[in-house]
Design a protein around this ligand. Structure first.
Ligand code: FE2
Length: 427
């Protein structure tokens, strides 16, 4: 495959990209200008549109997705009612319906250029029904989507009977990453104990860690401090992720000034989930109402790798969403007021390269030797992609086209005006 005349996220234009054996074999401005492509090569004219590495979702729940309304709707809209509702739904789940819903979501993901997902899977179930279902989904989608699974003790590792044993059984079955939920344990101390225990388990097994950490408006929820401590103590730098970290929104500024360097020193990745944080947090506030998202620009300024996750789509916690990581990034930049051009670029990175670092994806990116995985967006820059939630014209993995869409267009019937609407800014 030869892609001609693409624009890259770093602003380079007129780029040609040659794919051979599923990898990027050559990339540069006008590489094949005036030449015919090698025989048998499929040639695609990018027409100057933006060629990006694929979107990556570092935080999702594929076991609950597309279950909205089952068995009822979350009336209060809170995290805690969502957890209760999920508890009501769990006994009603079947492996077949879990698989079907997850596969449907993966179809949506591919169509939106989202080709790698880290999904938590609830292990608080003696049958490990969701674990078995998502392992099967992982096997089925492997030819077109990288799926990483996190063993997630939704009801608390120490709080729920049998959770530790079930989590270990899930890891034995092939779940990739150790999860946790320290703020949901019975006490701060038990939360801290769970963090220590889970980090030690990951170190023993040579696995990564990704915890729901401090998903709370309580400024005294400081499990991220404990997570950074054990990450460093056990030599897990670069393999540990703190997801949500919403309590940091409400923390004392002096304490945060001490905390950020400790997270950076431990090489802990931070994942914010803007759509979910802005809707679930601050529910106990009157006015002013907290936004609840973690301190994204401050984390980035401290040198911490920050990515954005979708978290939920049409489930007990969130009734919207469509696997569109541009929507996620757009909400992130609004909530964090990251509206400078440089900051918006950083928000685009948060759903592409930064998220790929969280998952530890090998050979990800637009460079010679990397996997030929990319998405062609109907935009001229990452900022324009965010502004327009750009159409995914072409989705390619390992040099194979997985999805195509026509250019988004509308025909005008206005006297003295062009027939096609033009969404771009031309000077
Ligand atoms: Fe989550």
């Amino acid at each position: 495959m030869l892609i001609r005349n693409a624009t890259l996220p770093d602003g380079r234009t007129g780029i040609d990209l040659l794919v051979q054996q599923g990898r990027i074999a050559a990339l540069g401005a006008g590489l094949f200008a005036g030449q015919s492509a090698p025989p048998g090569t499929e040639v695609i004219d990018a027409a100057g549109w933006l060629l990006s590495p694929p979107f990556v979702d570092p935080h999702f729940h594929l076991d609950s997705t597309l279950s909205f309304g089952l068995p009822r709707v979350n009336a209060s809209g809170t995290l805690l009612e969502g957890i209760t509702l999920w508890g009501e739904l769990k006994p009603l789940l079947t492996e077949a319906t879990l698989i079907e819903r997850a596969l449907q979501y993966c179809d949506w993901a591919v169509a939106k250029g989202l080709l790698a997902i880290r999904s938590h899977v609830d292990v608080c179930d003696e049958r490990l029904l969701a674990v078995r279902a998502l392992l099967e989904v992982k096997r089925r989608v492997a030819p077109y989507l990288d799926l990483q699974l996190v063993a997630f003790p939704q009801d608390g590792l120490l709080r729920a009977p049998g959770a530790l044993n079930n989590l270990q059984r899930a890891l034995d079955l092939g779940v990739d990453v150790v999860g946790g939920i320290p703020h949901f344990e019975r006490s701060m101390q038990e939360g801290a104990d769970s963090v220590k225990l889970l980090c030690e388990l990951a170190a023993e097994r040579g696995l990564a860690v990704d915890m729901h950490c401090d998903e709370s408006d309580d400024p005294l929820s400081r499990h991220i401090e404990t997570l950074a401590l054990h990450t460093r103590r056990l030599g897990l730098q670069g393999r540990v992720t703190g997801s949500h970290l919403t309590s940091m929104h409400s923390m004392d500024n002096y304490y945060v000034s001490k905390l950020l360097p400790l997270i950076a020193e431990a090489g802990v990745h931070a994942v914010a989930n803007p759509l979910i944080n802005i809707t679930l947090q601050g529910r106990h506030d009157t006015y002013p109402k907290r936004r609840g998202m973690t301190r994204v620009p401050e984390l980035m300024a401290a040198g911490i790798n920050v990515a954005f996750g979708h978290d939920c789509v049409m489930d007990p916690w969130y009734s919207l969403g469509s696997a569109d990581m541009l929507e996620v990034a757009q909400m992130g930049l609004h909530v964090a007021q990251m509206t400078s051009q440089r900051q918006m670029q950083a928000c685009f990175d948060a759903v592409t390269v930064n998220a790929a670092r969280v998952l530890g994806l090998a050979d990800y990116g637009l460079a010679v030797g990397c996997h030929a995985d990319f998405v062609l967006l109907q935009a001229r820059s990452p900022v324009e992609a965010l502004r327009l939630r750009a159409q995914r014209l072409l989705v390619v993995r390992r040099g194979r086209v997985l999805a195509r869409a026509p250019e988004a267009a509308a025909t005008l019937s206005l006297p003295g005006r062009p027939a096609q609407v033009d969404w771009t800014l031309r000077r």
